[in-house]
Each structure stands twice: as structure tokens, then as C-alpha cells.
Design a protein around this ligand. Sequence first.
Ligand code: NDP
Length: 300
Amino acid sequence: MAEARIIDGKGFAAGLRARIGAAVEQLRTTHALVPGLAVVLVGEDPASAIYVRNKGEQTREAGMHSVTHRLDASTSQDELLRLVNQLNNDPSIHGILVQLPLPGHIDAQAVLSAIDPAKDVDGFHVVNAGRLSVGLPALVPCTPLGCMMLLKDTVKDLRGMHAVVVGRSNIVGKPMAQLLLQADCTVTIAHSRTRDLAGICREADILVAAVGRPEMVKGDWIKEGAVVIDVGINRVPARDPAAAAAGKTRIVGDVCYAEAASVAGAITPVPGGVGPMTIACLLANTVTAACRSAGVPLPA
Ligand code: NDP
């Protein structure tokens, strides 16, 4: 069997960002509309700080209005809710993202629920989750949206394919399954209580792994020629023992790439697969939210 085609998420995301930049320019010149994204970071989680910095940079690079609120870890829930409310009422802001995880003393669900669903560019509000599940226009969570773009680009016609999604989180697994269902796939959702997980994965024409367990999906779990979308981002010790001993790490997915690449028909690498799509889709959602709020059509 030939090596799997590598699905180049990094390249696809760069193209998407360029198209978004052109759309933003068109909105500015044609409708005097500048999409605005506000990102809120509470505390000093190092990974979150990097994500937030990248989001701000890419928002500005696309020509959009970008605001970042960095709040102390001791910020109270009421203070955070007041900021969300202020952003809800700010006409220059079309998208609001509160970076997760939040410090333990804050009820994340209460904060996500306080975001105006029309500005909920993460797509985590129950109104958007509900709209997605009944097939109404919704702001769709960025990671599964990005996975769908890569899948549609790779497969073209998804109808009738058996898709297995491993993971049922509200931010990845469940919306991913909804999107695959909308694309007329036959969808199986697997999770930590699933029996014979390997056997179920082996039936998949499309296998999406969103588990958070390094290289859990082995090569012999994959049907020959299947399309594998690896959402996982897991930090593990560096391959070189001396580097590992010095605390160096590397990133791997939820799929054992070395094994999977000789069985699958196409596969996303980690890094460079799904990851770069997430922020690009956040920008896309912000443009969508801005157009809907202004009542102007999305640029083609
Ligand atoms: P969660 O921890 O919220 O959910 C993990 C899911 O995997 C749960 O549904 C859980 O099942 C299931 N699971 C855990 N262990 C097993 C197992 N042994 N067998 C089968 N299923 C299992 O994670 P997220 O959905 O937030 O993220 C998943 C992965 O995707 C992580 O690696 C995360 O870093 C990555 N990620 C990547 C993003 C990107 O931009 N590329 C964005 C978001 C996440 P149960 O419900 O039964 O507990």
C-alpha cells in the first residue's frame, strides 16, 4: 500500500487566511465594515498565552480590528461577566472569544452563556450548539469547522461514507459529528466507554480522533484507504533520551502517524494538520458574524 496523502492543513489555512484578508478588504471598501474580534485571557497559562497572541496577530494580519483583554488570574466571575457584557454592547466588536481553560473559581459555562450568541465566534453557546443540531445557520466551533473544510477538500463527496468520531466533547467531538451528519455521512460517535473501539475504528471510511491521548489510534485500527483526521495535540518527551532528560518535548496527535500513514489513504499530520485551521476558522467566523450583524452578504 502506498503512503497516505498528507493533508496539508498549514497550507490550506494560509490560503484561507488570504481569502479572508481579501474579503475583509472588500467589506471595508464596499460597506465600511471592519470585522472586530475581542479575545479575553484570564490568568497566565503559558499555552493559552501563546494561542491568544497568535489569534491577535492573525486577526490583525487579516486587516481586522483586534482587541485583547489580559486579566489577572484573580479576576472575579462578576468582573469577567461585566467585561463580556461591555463587549456584547460594543458595535466595533463582532466576535468574542474567552480563552479556555478559565481559573477554577470561575464557572466557564456561565461565562460562555453570557456571550451574545451572534458574537459567539467559538460556537460554544448553547444557542449555536442547538442551531447546529437542528440544521439552522449557526456559528460553528472552529476546530470541527476546519476539519470539515479539510475533509471536503480531500474527499469532495462525503455522502454515504461511514465516519467514526472518537471523542464526544462539546467543542470538538459532538459538533464534528453534527457536521458529518449534515454532509450525509453515516456517523458513529465513540468515547471512553465504547466497546471494541479498535473494531469500530476499522469500519471507518473517515476517522476523526479527538481524544487527547498520545498516539492511541494504532495503524491496525485503520481501514485501508481511510481518511484520517487527527485533532489531538499532545506534548510528550522528546525522542532523543538526552533531550527528554533535559525536559525537551515534542507534539504528537491522537493517531500513531508512523503506523497510520502506511494504511490510510490520506491523513493530517501533527503538527501542521488540523491545528492551523482552528485560528483561520476563528477569523472566518468573525467575518461571518460581522456580515450577519451588518446585514451584508458574505463576500464570495
Ligand atoms: P476532551 O478531554 O474534552 O474530550 C476527550 C474525549 O475523548 C472524551 O469524549 C472522552 O470520552 C474521549 N476519550 C478519552 N479517553 C478515551 C479512550 N481511551 N478511548 C476512547 N475515547 C476516549 O478533549 P477535547 O475534545 O477538548 O480535545 C481532544 C483533543 O483535541 C486534545 O488532544 C486536544 O488538545 C485537541 N484539540 C485540538 C485543537 C486544535 O486546534 N487542533 C482544538 C481543541 C482540541 P468521555 O466523554 O467518555 O470521557
